[in-house]
Design a protein around this ligand. Sequence first.
Ligand code: UDP
Ligand code: MG
Length: 164
Amino acid sequence: MDATLVLFKPDGITKSLTGNILTELSEARLEIAACKCVRVSKELAEEHYKSLKNESFYNELIKYIMGEYHKKKVLAFVYWGDDALRKVRELAGATNPEEAEADSIRGKYGRITTRGIFENVIHASSDAKEAEREIKLWFEPDEIIFDIYPTKEDEATVKKRAWA
Ligand code: UDP
Ligand code: MG
């Protein structure tokens, strides 16, 4: 059993593909262990894509995932189950939507922009180490319905917003 971070990227949200992508992913018979809407900050975007910092497309990629070109919204999910990483990557298809299988999510719905960015609708973790890093970056332990990774008690009192 493994867990994978899945993001419905801003292009997918703006194109009203949420339902379509959920249906495609349901093929894998996995469990959704967490989900939420996120407004992506620059800090979160940069941490998520830190391994691509030296790529020529990095600055555009940060703008893309922050929703500069679409709705400023990402849907974040943890999918969990047997072979989840591989299954979701397969349903997602290749990074380049032109090279992705025609019936994969990216093959069906992705495009390459004139700025050269692959707007490929969905993010899926590449391996177990990345999945752990990404899930811990995007989610707090209590946002996931069961403990995927070990947790600890945290006594710190953090200032947070509450309902007025
Ligand atoms: N990307 C791009 N051009 C490239 C490679 C990547 O625009 O030549 C974008 C694309 O949106 C991709 C993201 O950067 O999904 C992260 O790249 P990565 O190589 O991690 O691909 P992924 O794991 O998403 O398939
Ligand atoms: Mg990747």
